[in-house]
Design a protein around this ligand. Sequence first.
Ligand code: NAD
Length: 468
Amino acid sequence: MDALPPFTATSVHEIPTIHRRVTTNFLDHTTRTIAYRQKQLRALYWGLKDAEPALLEACKLDLGKSAYETYMTEVGWVLNDIVFMDKNLARFMKDEKAEDIDLTNSFMKPHIRKEPLGAVLIIGAYNFPIQLSLGPLVGAIAAGCTAVLKPSENAPNAARAMQHVIRNCLDADSYQIVQGAIPETTALLDCKWDKIFYTGNANVGTIIAKKAAETLTPITLELGGRNPAIISKNADARLAARRLLWAKLMNAGQVCVSQNHILVEKEILPALIEQMKLALAEFHPKGAENNSDYGRIVNERQWQRLKDMLDSTEGKVVIGGKTDRATLFFEPTVVEVHDPGDPLLKDESFGPLIPILPVDSLNEAIRTANSLHATPLGLYAFGSKAETEKILSETRSGGASVNDGFYHASIPTLAFGGVGDSGSGSYRGKASFDCFTHRRSVVTTPWWMERLLAIRYPPYTDAKLKQL
Ligand code: NAD
């Protein structure tokens, strides 16, 4: 990392020039061919491979993330996406014939052409700084777009490592990186894009949506959290405990799609807490504090926000509770709460706080989940087949996993995205290509069809009416 230039914000005066460069290059049609797109994808692949040690170190510095976790959820994740995209790109780019057309219309060969949307802006978030920035970029390159990436300033080491990769391996006329925070992002939003792809919190999502609306720019919003897990009394307490802890403690809980709160039928609550203690003892034999696999909170501001949340709860801490401002450590902390209005349930913790609310019935759990957030990013249902089906059919969410934490989000070819307040649009797998592609409907009317088409021209005589 020392060999890389330090994190420095891009001058806001440079931003219109950067925008012009990628826009002009898009209009030169350079990015349209499959050969160009594959060359860029493969260059990114090898650039990431070369920079792997720097990327792993960057995530350790920014988030205390272990190399294992960084490879699994960031570097390896993006490499895998590139391989998938490269392998399937020709198929994705192929025209699609219109379905179910009659004989006359078939002569016009109605079909969909896959066109790149244009010059796009991608704004990343800090928690998975590489995956959430380069994942969408892979989709943009595959679709034939040019792009500017603005990584999160809150993961500055990952941002500078990605800058190194992008500047060294991609065509600079098509792909640029802008570093910075609000002033730089605001300057970027003042430019006219063909699409904006934003990952982060809903307040900023609203700013982006308003700004994009001024120029009718399409957006994909990948927003947050407040995801419920619902556990029926018939669930396997051991499996629920292990799987939900896995999902919550990755990246020290800074995961948009992990469960924010657990609603549990009260009969199974004691077993669940017992199993959580056992699982934590197994995952962190010397305690989370002494386990280098366990990450840290990204910065003091976020650590303080979490600490304030913990201090404000009326609930009872049943596991954990240790914190250390100096090292930004926050212990996995399970809190039994009894009021659905508790701040731990109403707000997104985005950290290793695990509030559990006991309920009398599955119906109460579903009602509470829906009242806390009608359209969360994810939902996790534990119970019998009939119970989990009931939970799915009486709730909404961007995605869901049954009898697991956020496993659905780790399937590389399954579209990922929110619904309603948790976002709009999706990506990953083919959805990443589609996200940056315009489906252009085209027909070609043969000259020889003019006699057949005479029926469409006025005057609309009775004779023509009879032929309809
Ligand atoms: P963050 O602080 O990294 O901010 C995200 C991006 O927004 C950054 O690039 C930042 O520069 C930009 N930004 C901040 N303020 C801005 C402003 N006023 N105008 C324009 N841009 C601005 O990350 P965060 O937002 O704190 O991320 C956490 C939230 O994101 C949580 O709610 C989490 O659930 C959500 N999230 C969602 C997903 C998803 O895929 N759906 C993934 C990760 C995080």
